[in-house]
Design a protein around this ligand. Sequence first.
Ligand code: HEC
Length: 120
Amino acid sequence: MRDKRLSLGAGAVAWVLCGLAMAVPGLARADDAALVARGKALFTTVKPACAVCHTLQAAGSTGQVGPVLDELKPDAARVLRALHSGLGVMPSYAEQLSEADMQALAAFVSQSTGGVPLAR
Ligand code: HEC
């Protein structure tokens, strides 16, 4: 009887830890302002920086290699797709950025250009 309760306890602890791990992206998503701020910072600090190639007013960037994001107004899903797979000259960022970082960038670009934000 005692043993059974012990193992139930351990199971509950594992379950809670697992839930916490899964909640982290959810937490970031709940805090839009923080997510967008993080995306804005990443826009100029990832290597190579998005700003080198893209013009985006909200980031103060004037890159001329890729499309002007203020005009393209990509929705978050489109930004995520480009980040995951790369596109033409644009490299994929899947190797160096976490999913949460890519979502932050997608949130920033879509929100600052009036594109459709991430579905939630
Ligand atoms: C080396 C230059 C370069 C860098 C760095 C770069 N891009 Fe791009 N990006 C491009 C080019 C070029 C295209 C257009 C590719 C095409 O249509 O063939 C593009 C396309 C895009 C698109 C449009 C995708 C679509 O579906 O049309 C988005 C959104 C985008 N980039 C966002 C970003 C973000 C965010 C970053 C930083 C994480 C970034 N880019 C970094 C060159 C770059």
